[in-house]
Design a protein around this ligand. Sequence first.
Ligand code: HEC
Ligand code: HEC
Ligand code: HEC
Ligand code: HEC
Length: 380
Amino acid sequence: MLVDCGDFGSTKVKSEIFKVNYLLTGMALLSYDAINLGEKDLQYGAEFLNEVSKRHQLPFISANVYKYGTEELFTKPYLIKQKGNLKIGIFGVTTKSGARHLVKPSTGFEVRDPVAAAQKAVNELRQKCDVVIALAHLGLNGAKELAQKVNGIDIIISGHDTQRTQKPARIGKTVVMQMGSKGKYLGHLEFKVASNLISLVEGKLVSLNAKIPDDQRLAGLVSEFDKAFVSHYPLKSPKAIENFSLLSDRSCIQCHRKEHRQWSSTLHRKAWQSLIDKEQTSDPECLQCHTTLFKQSDGFTTVFETPDLVNVQCADCHQLTGGNPQEHINKFRRGRAAASAQTNGHADFKPIGEGTCLRCHNKESSPNFNYQEAFLKVTH
Ligand code: HEC
Ligand code: HEC
Ligand code: HEC
Ligand code: HEC
């Protein structure tokens, strides 16, 4: 059986929804047995989820997502699968607290207490099934708590936060497994069932790295997506930059020629080109680390509005202590001596530390990052 714990979705940006459509086409190709709904999926609203689940015949489940203001569940709370001579019941629940900000009444959804919903589902499934599986979109701690509070769950597949269990955890008689995020790992669980006793044979994480060959249908879908994405969100070459922002490297170059030259020789200066090469210049997921201060005040918004703020620039490492680069620049326009008198030991920029880099060089994108070594490559 193949199941998913929820959150195929991410943000409500249009280009992201475009991507989710392809993702769900891929999930349909893989013939999942059950897909739980996470809070990020719910933010797309009932209409969207109804439409995609019909179009792709997706087996969505949730025992605690209600149609807003009613006593009616949005979708089936559980599914019962016959495998050989076994009846296997799978139900899903999602986080209520995590949904508070994302799942507004306008989505048409209301998320209720996951523990009470799980108890109800288990009571019903235990009458009809040999094995009961929970898809718990509650985070690893939430899933362990569920195992303690609700008796009668054999297996919990959990998700929501990015943790992963190298080996399945055991809470009482319940086995709990979590796979991390972004499809990097497949959880593999094997059980033996004999005279009503179920026992774990093997539980492991399988890294979906380059050693695992691509499924040809999915590889085809990915290249179809890449082409469609670029034609939907075309990259026109940014207009010649006349009015650059004061935060951009062009504004610093006049006084910091040496630093600018060194910076230009690093890959930070080519981070935007990497997105062009991958045809992913509109994907907000990539923009946050390959442009300057994405979505922060005065930072990168789109390549049309802020063409001078592509790449990882000075301002990504040298963050102002005050709000405005103009003050720093004005100070020095009047000459260095006047400036140091004014500066009085007060720095205009925050000190650089490892945290400055980890915003982008996190475990996922930069697994071999070593601050001491990397520092030497970027200091000027
Ligand atoms: C008009 C000239 C001028 C411009 C434009 C300018 N700076 Fe400076 N900056 C200086 C001078 C002069 C110093 C003093 C240090 C020195 O002697 O080199 C300095 C110091 C700094 C320092 C170290 C001291 C501190 O306050 O933290 C950083 C970092 C810095 N500048 C970054 C930038 C960045 C980033 C930009 C572009 C947004 C920029 N500067 C634009 C002239 C300028
Ligand atoms: C805004 C995001 C961001 C920040 C902040 C950032 N980096 Fe990077 N860094 C990148 C990206 C993206 C690349 C890869 C660029 C590419 O190849 O497209 C990179 C590449 C590098 C490289 C390889 C560069 C080369 O020329 O060999 C080093 C080393 C590096 N970063 C060190 C640092 C250090 C040290 C800091 C903190 C002082 C830092 N980075 C801060 C995003 C960032
Ligand atoms: C959390 C920050 C982050 C995000 C999000 C991110 N990157 Fe990067 N990217 C980096 C850093 C840091 C490096 C440099 C890695 C290193 O050398 O350690 C890098 C390197 C790269 C490289 C050059 C090295 C390589 O692997 O070929 C490409 C291409 C790239 N990124 C594309 C993308 C695309 C496309 C996306 C969106 C799907 C993306 N990145 C999202 C931070 C990020
Ligand atoms: C990847 C991060 C990174 C980027 C991007 C970056 N710098 Fe730096 N910069 C550093 C580091 C690290 C130092 C050394 C600071 C220290 O020792 O604390 C430094 C030092 C400086 C200093 C001297 C500060 C002092 O206290 O003497 C200036 C000026 C400066 N940078 C300007 C710039 C300018 C201008 C740009 C853009 C063209 C830029 N930097 C881009 C990381 C960066």
